[in-house]
Design a binder for this molecule. Structure first.
Ligand code: AMP
Length: 388
């Protein structure tokens, strides 16, 4: 399968060839023709799947046609959760659109308003924005969204996890109803599904299965916990193991990340928390302390921890078990970096036996049940006893 069957303009095909892209990735194969056809899309796919090109190529293609409305505002609006991602998308737009005459602007938090105001006062084709800063410009009437033909929500799950729901709704309310909307997210369930219902019309769903990797370099254990107090005692023991360098601990909610890191701090651990409610600056500082080895334990939520690449992390603890096997794969993949070995330990409730089976089936890895001497669960549920 090659790019030439997807309905892309020859100039874009030439650019892709020049970039050395031999064939479309699965998400590109599915999403590009569907997006060019004009309908709304809900796409579940991961970072690294080639999703950026999957929405940018149809977006750039759209610019070959004349604008549907006069004015200077953007024809294409891409919303992303973070400044880093926005800048990455902007760079990719210039890469894929290198043969085109088009103007882009990034409208992101943590950057001075001056340049953004200048860029928004001139005609612009593509605006890539984080929701908070774009809403600011909207409120100050320094951006006009009345000409937007295509709205892309990139990593919608992360935007919601970071608390941008209100801003997104306010922004979408200012965009013409006769637009195309492409929503990309790791998952389409839960609150993402509700957002999708509000912002898309008769959307086609595209689900790209992620290829699970077996990780023989990561030793995987599960421990049954009776309750929170039991979990805390087990975590304490694990963190004091002599061969543990740095540890990443996962909790289900932002609040429990704060609470757990607070209680570990009280016990004298060098610990911090990382979650979507924190400002970009705080998060960057936290990650820098981890990279510098100044912090031994980081307590994080799934979304905030995605992509962390710190070779010193040789233990991952799922303090709260992941809801899905996909999340498990993301979490344990934060250890075993740079060719080192890692250990992943998952705390399970008494009713969670099915989770281990699901994870084993999904990953092809073996997760071994373990007990810490002196901290055995009160009643080991029968379902956890393995034959042999
Ligand atoms: P993304 O998931 O959009 O962050 O893309 C991951 C990486 O894959 C980026 O560095 C892209 O440049 C690259 N990429 C995207 N599509 C292709 C393709 N069809 N062939 C080769 N590399 C690609």
């Amino acid at each position: 399968m090659s790019f030439s069957t997807l309905g892309l303009d020859p100039s874009l095909l030439a650019t892709l060839a020049a970039l050395g892209y031999a064939a479309p990735t699965p998400v590109q194969r599915e999403a590009i023709p569907a997006a060019i056809a004009g309908g709304d899309l809900l796409v579940s796919s991961q970072t690294g799947s080639g999703k950026t090109a999957a929405f940018l190529l149809p977006a750039l293609q759209r610019l070959y046609a004349p604008a549907t409305a006069p004015g200077i505002g953007p024809r294409i609006l891409v919303l992303t959760p973070t400044r880093e991602l926005a800048l990455q998308v902007q760079k990719a737009a210039h890469g894929y659109g290198s043969t085109q005459r088009m103007r882009t602007a990034s409208v992101v938090g943590g950057m001075p308003y001056g340049l953004q105001l200048k860029q928004l006062s001139r005609p612009v084709d593509i605006v890539i924005a984080t929701p908070g800063r774009l809403k600011d410009h909207m409120d100050r009437r320094t951006v006009s969204l009345g000409r937007v033909e295509l709205l892309v929500l990139d990593e919608a799950d992360r935007m919601l996890d970071m608390g941008f729901q209100e801003e997104i709704d306010a922004i979408v309310a200012r965009i013409p109803k006769e637009r195309q909307t492409l929503l990309f997210s790791a998952t389409l369930d839960g609150i993402v599904g509700h957002l999708a219902q509000r912002v898309t019309r008769s959307a086609k769903r595209i689900a790209i299965a992620r290829v699970a990797e077996t990780r023989p370099d990561i030793t995987q254990h599960a421990l049954v916990a009776d309750n929170d107090a039991h979990k805390v005692r087990m975590l304490d023991t694990l963190l004091r193991e002599s061969d543990v360098d740095q540890t990443l601990v996962f909790t289900a909610t932002k609040r429990s990340a704060e609470e757990l890191s607070g209680s570990l701090l009280g016990k004298g651990f060098d610990v911090g928390a990382l979650h979507g409610d924190m400002r970009q600056r705080e998060r960057s500082q936290m990650l820098q302390r981890l990279r510098d080895g100044k912090m031994k334990v980081l307590v994080a939520t799934d979304v905030a921890a995605r992509g962390i690449d710190v070779p010193g992390i040789n233990l991952v603890v799922n303090y709260d078990a992941p809801r899905q096997a996909e999340d498990y794969v993301h979490r344990i993949g934060r250890t075993g970096r740079a060719g080192r070995a890692g250990v992943a330990v998952t705390f399970l409730g008494h009713g969670d036996r099915h989770l281990v089976r699901q994870i084993e089936r999904f990953t092809g890895n073996v997760v071994t049940m373990m007990v810490i001497p002196g901290l055995e669960p009160r009643n080991m549920p029968r379902s956890f006893r393995r034959p042999g």
